[in-house]
Ligand binder design. Structure first.
Ligand SMILES: [Zn+2]
Length: 160
């Protein structure tokens, strides 16, 4: 239980509404990687894009974070821990071939949603390209000359 990671915060809801208005469908507060115990605020599984909405205070926004005057050591330490966790998540996702997009609390939700939509769109196209080269429908039946098993007649292989 983390006091600082409540779900459905106002900036999260604003972003989700804006994404929805752009026609995007997504999952909310789920683990992008089933075997990693971290959730992301908005997840696009097929495009492998995770979005984190970060609060300016809790995530040490360079423009808006102000260290509280009381218990400053405690807070500095707490925010440091959060930043480490943020970096950790980014690295884990990256290693798994995911993209992590960070949306700050101070950002305009619509602008952020348009940015996220562009990333999702781009990655969906890239994913489709990969799968279409993997299995190409409508290709002419294999000619009997393609006997790549013994390394002969490689030139008969259709070009991609
Ligand atoms: Zn900020």
């Amino acid at each position: 239980m983390q006091g600082n990671r409540s779900r459905d915060t106002r900036p999260e809801l604003a972003l989700r509404r804006a994404l929805h208005a752009l026609g995007l469908r997504y999952r909310v507060c789920t683990r992008p990687l089933p075997n990693v115990r971290r959730t992301a605020d908005v997840v696009f599984p097929s495009a492998r894009v995770a979005v984190e909405v970060r609060g300016c205070f809790w995530h040490g926004c360079v423009d808006h974070y102000k260290q509280p005057r009381t218990n400053s050591g405690y807070w500095a330490n707490k925010i440091q821990q959060n930043l480490r966790r943020d970096e950790d998540l980014a690295r884990t996702l990256q290693d798994a071939g995911w993209a992590l997009e960070v949306v700050w609390e101070h950002e305009d939700a619509t602008t952020a949603a348009v940015r996220v939509a562009a990333i999702v769109h781009e990655r969906r196209i890239a994913a489709r390209r990969v799968s279409s080269t993997r299995n190409q429908p409508g290709k002419a039946p294999r000619s009997g000359t393609e006997t790549s098993a013994n390394g002969l007649h490689e030139r008969e292989r259709p070009s991609m």
